[in-house]
Design a protein around this ligand. Structure first.
Ligand SMILES: Nc1ncnc2c1ncn2[C@@H]1O[C@H](COP(=O)(O)OP(=O)(O)OP(=O)(O)O)[C@@H](O)[C@H]1O
Ligand SMILES: [Mg+2]
Length: 247
């Protein structure tokens, strides 16, 4: 499988706060990869650096064979990389339809728009029901669906999800993970950021465990699961955050 995304030794900082200290990771075409770690580990910062929202102070990022380090977010989105940010960030005063149309702006053409919309209705029937309603009137779970659908409307080659299950009920969380499994079956390449290591490791091929801005462990889902289990045994079983990561 060809490498789609290659992040090599990136460093990033917020003023004096250094958030990443040399993060490297790879995502191959068709792969679903998890980026795990506790609060403040540097997961969102890594995604921000990849999407051009933040410029790494060191290191490089290549996407589909092209160096995109330090490029503008718009140009990176055009190349086929979409991010569903933490906290969804849908446009709450715009309708569901308007939100979806904004997502499609990079690949907009009359025929594919209709076609893609039908596909979104299939994946997320609720969006068809709420098509003309303001995004802000949707429930948290529905807003998450809208945020994912909006990102998919751009027909990304790589979809990046930042904690899509955060703050959702167990039932809606199940739904989100089912959806990820469904997208995986369709062959979509995904980089999934999660704190819930146990759930994420059920749906991914490979995982990276971030801790304090560095990759602490990586490997196949099974290998990382074994390391995470081992760490939680050494740290005395119960984790304060209940994720099973324990570090
Ligand atoms: N806007 C900011 N200004 C200053 N420091 C920041 C900012 N955003 C993040 N940081 C710091 O950078 C480090 C990495 O944060 P980041 O948001 O990448 O973590 P995360 O792994 O996504 O955590 P979470 O699971 O809580 O979302 C943390 O130490 C955090 O305090
Ligand atoms: Mg985050």
């Amino acid at each position: 499988m060809e490498t789609m995304l290659r992040v090599t030794d990136i460093h990033a900082a917020y003023g004096a706060v250094r958030a990443l200290h040399g993060v490297s990771l790879e995502v191959a075409e068709g792969e679903v990869v998890a980026l795990l770690g506790v609060n403040g580990a540097g997961k969102s910062t890594t995604l921000r650096a990849i999407t051009g929202l933040m410029k790494p102070t060191q290191g490089s990022i290549t996407f589909r064979g092209e160096d995109i380090t330090g490029r503008k977010p718009e140009s990176i989105v055009k190349r086929g990389l979409s991010l569903v940010p933490e906290g969804r960030e849908i446009f709450s005063t715009l309708t569901v339809e308007e939100n979806l149309r904004l997502g499609a702006y990079v690949s907009y053409s009359r025929e594919t728009y209709r076609e893609d919309l039908e596909e979104m209705f299939e994946l997320f029937p609720i969006l068809k029901e709420r098509f003309t309603q303001a995004g802000g009137l949707l429930s948290g779970g529905e807003q998450q669906m809208l945020a994912i659908a909006r990102a998919l409307m751009a027909r990304p080659k790589l979809l990046m999800l930042d904690e899509p299950s955060l703050g959702l009920s167990p039932a809606i969380t199940d739904h989100v993970f089912e959806l990820i499994a469904q997208l995986r079956e369709r062959g979509l390449t995904i980089l999934l950021v999660e704190q819930n290591a146990e759930r994420a490791l059920e749906v991914v091929d490979k995982a990276y465990l971030l801790s304090n801005g560095v990759v602490e462990a990586s490997g196949t889902a099974a290998e990382v699961k074994a390391q995470v289990d081992l760490a939680s045994i050494y740290l005395g079983g119960e984790d304060s955050d209940g994720t099973g990561v324990g570090m």
